[in-house]
Design a protein around this ligand. Structure first.
Ligand code: NAP
Ligand code: ZN
Length: 364
């Protein structure tokens, strides 16, 4: 047995956990910048956080202009605000977009914006962060990654450093109650992809595999509800917990080609992140099964189904698929082959394999 597992995030879960644990905010300082999108003002999350600030006599400002697929311009603006108000800490509320943006804001606020966000060394000097997910998918609340649009390279690029781990993640499924069904489905598929890809990473180990299996059990327990379109609070708790566990997996393993390929569909066509992964995952697993049957069999054992059943289950959630021309997919395979996620896969993937996956998944 050989592994190296690290998880420095305090995870506080349960109904009303923000208000019940408002005292945990007090240790972070007097002034907070909240980094969020628009929905947190409607789903109760911002209200609970403001309640906690008021309990502690803390001042705050809200930066709620984070778009889906955050940009460098947006995180630089957030960092200017943080510096201007001399923020002591950052509270991220939202899906992966605001949670990732908050990490970059917390870093730039202390380390300055000099246009080199994708190439610089990220030091330990980052504002401390508290993360509150309002989607059940990315697991960003427990990862050291922030994924931003990289217009120079025409893709999404991950920045990563141990200092980008949040200090606390609060998990309360009530914030996800009003999540539109397509977002609920896409984000759940993202989490499934994290658990599956984590098991195929060169950095996978016994403990990350155990967490991945546990994660898949929780995520698939809500499959019937996702398929039927009616989710109870209990279903949403399962998804939120399963997604956080899948985040714990990728915090240790990183993601693999599905994410690297999916960025093409998101960057060029606006396909939501989780949906992009879901479109590609079944064909990716078939290529893995051909090249490394034993390793891939462990993934299907964790899923409790074979390749066909898994493909059918995802297809039922995804509905009609996007289709792209052959030349486009060849271009995407070339671009994706340069992504660092490809080398992170324990099953070696060549550009031709990536093209095969694209073609089988979203070929015209
Ligand atoms: P998202 O882009 O954060 O949110 C999708 C949509 O859902 C937005 O319109 C958002 O609106 C809305 N929304 C969020 N919570 C809601 C709620 N409770 N009720 C109603 N609407 C709500 O989507 P996501 O899938 O969670 O995050 C995707 C991003 O995460 C991508 O950029 C992806 O690359 C990244 N990601 C990061 C990691 C990581 O480890 N860091 C892992 C996977 C993916 P508002 O934002 O306006 O509120
Ligand atoms: Zn993802």
């Amino acid at each position: 047995m050989e592994f190296n597992f690290f998880m420095p995030v305090r995870i506080v879960a349960g109904d009303n956990c923000v208000k019940k644990n408002a005292h945990l905010f007090a240790a972070f300082g007097r002034r907070a910048l909240v980094v969020t999108g628009k929905s947190s003002a409607r789903n109760g999350a911002l209200e609970d956080v403001v309640w906690a600030f008021n309990q502690n006599g803390q001042q705050y400002e809200v930066y709620d202009a984070v778009p889906q697929n955050p940009t460098v311009a947006c995180v630089e603006e957030g960092a200017r605000l943080a510096r201007g108000m001399r923020a002591d800490f950052v509270v991220a509320i939202g899906g992966g977009s605001p949670m990732d943006a908050a990490k970059a804001v917390a870093m730039l606020a202390r380390q300055g914006s000099d246009g080199s966000i994708f190439t610089r060394e990220i030091s330990a000097d980052v504002l401390p962060m508290i993360h509150i997910p309002t989607t059940a998918g990315t697991g960003s609340e427990v990862t050291p990654y922030a994924i931003l649009n990289n217009d120079e390279k025409q893709t999404k690029t991950s920045i990563s450093a141990p200092s980008l781990f949040p200090k606390i993640a609060f998990l309360d499924a009530k914030y996800t109650a009003g999540l539109p069904l397509p977002v609920t489905v896409n984000t759940a598929i993202d989490a499934i992809s994290h658990a599956v890809e984590g098991m195929l990473s060169v950095r996978a180990g016994e403990l990350s595999d155990a967490v991945a299996r546990e994660s898949l059990g929780h995520l698939f327990s809500a499959y019937g509800a996702l398929r039927g379109g009616e989710l109870t609070h209990a279903d949403r708790c399962e998804l939120l917990y399963g997604a956080a566990l899948a985040g714990v997996v990728i915090a240790n393993t990183g993601t693999t080609p599905v994410h690297g390929m999916g960025y093409c569909l998101t960057y060029f066509h606006g396909v939501p992140h989780g949906r992009a992964n879901g479109l590609l995952l079944p064909a990716f697993l078939r290529v893995c099964a051909r090249k490394d049957p034993a390793r891939t069999a462990r993934v299907f054992a964790a899923l409790g189904m074979d390749a066909d059943a898994f493909a059918d289950k995802l297809a039922a959630l995804l509905g009609s698929r996007e289709c792209y021309a052959d030349a486009t997919l060849r271009d995407y395979a070339r671009r994706a082959a340069a992504n660092k996620n490809i080398k992170n896969c324990a099953v070696p993937m060549e550009e031709a394999d990536l093209y095969e996956v694209f073609k089988a998944s979203v070929g015209a």
